[in-house]
Design a protein around this ligand. Structure first.
Ligand code: SF4
Ligand code: SF4
Length: 217
């Protein structure tokens, strides 16, 4: 047999027959049917919310009252995506003969999440417990410019910071402890007001008792 004839026979053996094609098609359809009947392994977000650990690194929350505008986070951020503005204010001395003090007032604290790489360095370096991880991840935007979030927005994410990550002594706004503290403060203020009113009344009575007060009447 010539070499040409041999290679022609081999080529015809390699070609799949109609039976093989049908068998392959059947196998494929069976796999599709099996998969159709099986529940999906992927989470059907946004219809099903993922069950994330509470300390997930989703977004950065700012506790504004703790921030001293020291700029450490902005300087250490590898992406330069934190923008801080502040001004100085003078605090009058609280004691007689004391010195007036200056403190920073935070005007602007923005994080550009279109640049942020979620490394967490800003949270690690903050010496005043002002930055925290919150698990919220659903803040995608259609326009990249809307990923620049200011201190008001960063502050709203504090609600989602888990209790275990909160600084010692911090009470969430609206909690029973905070309401009790507010009530005590209100009570103190009312008591002060009552004392002032009583003092004024006593002074009025005194004035009326003096000869000048009598002349006026
Ligand atoms: S997580 Fe990293 S990249 Fe993002 S703001 Fe903080 S330091 Fe910058
Ligand atoms: S968040 Fe922390 S590190 Fe950043 S400016 Fe405020 S106090 Fe400083």
């Amino acid at each position: 047999m010539s070499e040409d004839k041999l290679s022609e026979d081999k080529r015809s053996d390699d070609k799949p027959g109609a039976l093989q094609l049908l068998r392959g098609l059947g196998k494929g359809l069976a796999t599709t049917a099996k998969t159709l009947a099986r529940p999906a392994h992927t989470r059907q977000y946004p219809h099903v919310e993922p069950d994330l650990p509470e300390r997930s690194h989703g977004v950065i929350a700012l506790l504004e009252e703790n921030c001293t505008s020291c700029m450490l986070c902005a300087r250490e951020c590898p992406d330069w995506c934190i923008v801080i503005d502040s001004h100085k204010e003078t605090l009058e001395p609280t004691t007689e003969g004391g010195r007036a003090r200056q403190h920073n007032v935070l005007d602007r604290f923005d994080i550009d999440f279109s640049l942020c790489m979620y490394c967490g360095i800003c949270i690690e370096v903050c010496p005043f417990d002002a930055l925290f991880w919150a698990p919220d991840f659903a803040y995608a935007e259609g326009d990249i410019r809307n990923l620049l979030h200011d201190k008001a927005k960063l502050g709203t994410w504090m609600e989602q910071v888990p209790d275990s990550a909160l600084p010692e002594g911090y009470t969430r706004p609206g909690t029973a402890v905070e309401e009790a503290e507010d009530a005590t403060a209100d009570k103190d203020a009312t008591a002060d007001e009552d004392t002032n009113t009583k003092d004024t009344k006593a002074e009025d009575t005194k004035t009326k008792g003096t000869p000048e007060g009598a002349v006026e009447e």
